[in-house]
Design a protein around this ligand. Structure first.
Ligand code: GNR
Ligand code: NI
Length: 167
């Protein structure tokens, strides 16, 4: 197991589009384990492979209170979505920034689990928000890109400044 380095916005690599996984093998399962360890260590509720600079369609999520309900989604695809809901989001790649984002309220999603078995899931509430946030990462989109250009510019400046100071 290993804790992986999480890319920080505005790192250009966060805009890479992830490739589909054509075989769920031991290498992918190792990635899943490392991503889970990294997510729990960072106290996140989800993590996309893009955030650890691996550009494959792999997501881990755990929205449980007890942090013992890991969910793995490989090649996730949103089949249907309905409703609209606005909620405050944060991101491990954009530390300290919390902003309201509009998302679908309910989604139906298709994916493979860590054993390569297909699954279909209907999600709503916080899980639906997280899954949409993570799938965005796989498409090279960070949540701040749902905000106005003005806000994006401010966040960029703030994080660049902070990263300079931490050198
Ligand atoms: O830890 C996280 N919390 C969170 C809160 C509201 C909406 C989405 C998220 S996902 C985030 C972890 C992360 O950055 N995943 O990509
Ligand atoms: Ni994120």
């Amino acid at each position: 197991m290993a804790i992986l380095k999480i890319l920080q916005y505005p790192d250009e690599r966060l805009h890479t589009v992830a490739c589909r996984v054509d075989q769920v093998d031991d290498e992918i399962r190792q990635l899943v384990r490392d991503m889970a360890e990294t997510m729990y260590a960072a106290q996140g509720v989800g993590l996309a492979a893009t955030q650890v600079d691996v550009h494959r369609q792999v997501i881990v999520v755990d929205t449980s209170e007890s942090k013992d309900r890991l969910q793995v989604f490989i090649n996730p695809e949103i089949l249907a979505s309905c409703g609209e809901e606005e909620s405050e989001e944060g991101c491990l790649s954009v530390p300290g920034i919390y902003e309201k984002v509009q998302r679908a309220e309910k989604i139906t999603l298709n994916a493979l689990n860590e054993n390569g078995q297909p699954l279909t899931l209907e999600a709503e509430g916080f899980l639906a928000v997280c899954l949409q946030h993570e799938i965005d990462h796989l498409h090279g989109r960070v949540f701040v890109e749902h905000l106005s250009q003005l806000k994006q510019g401010r966040i960029r400046t703030k994080l660049k400044k902070r990263q300079r100071e931490n050198l």
